[in-house]
Design a protein around this ligand. Structure first.
Ligand SMILES: [Zn+2]
Length: 111
């Protein structure tokens, strides 16, 4: 069952509003529906040790993004670059779109 609370989508620009990355901005790489979490580029980085693949190799430390709860994120309007005040509307053809209540622009990714 989808809860439908996650309004974020891949390629959205978001700002972190709480936690150690507060104030930082990044692009949504992946949304984990059902968990209400998202993976955001260069946000919530964790170090992970990889095991050596061969006997004479050393293990490496790689950094990767850990999922962050969507309640810690705020969608940024690409038009006016403000956060918050996001509305939803349903177009005549039934598609749901998110829009910015400040400038009225659609926030759906154009890519
Ligand atoms: Zn706007």
């Amino acid at each position: 069952m989808r809860q439908g609370r996650t309004y974020l989508k891949k390629n959205d620009q978001v700002e972190v509003i709480t936690g150690k990355d507060k104030g930082r901005v990044g692009k949504v790489l992946r949304v984990l529906h059902g968990k209400d979490k998202a993976v955001v580029e260069r946000i919530n980085m964790i170090k992970r040790h990889t095991k050596p693949q061969e006997m004479n190799q050393q293990g490496q430390i790689v950094e990767k993004e850990a999922p962050i709860h969507v309640s810690n994120l705020q969608l940024i309007c690409p038009e006016c670059t403000k956060t918050g005040r996001i509305g939803k509307k349903i177009l005549d053809d039934g598609t749901k779109v998110r829009f910015c209540k400040d400038c009225g622009e659609s926030i759906e990714s154009k890519s």
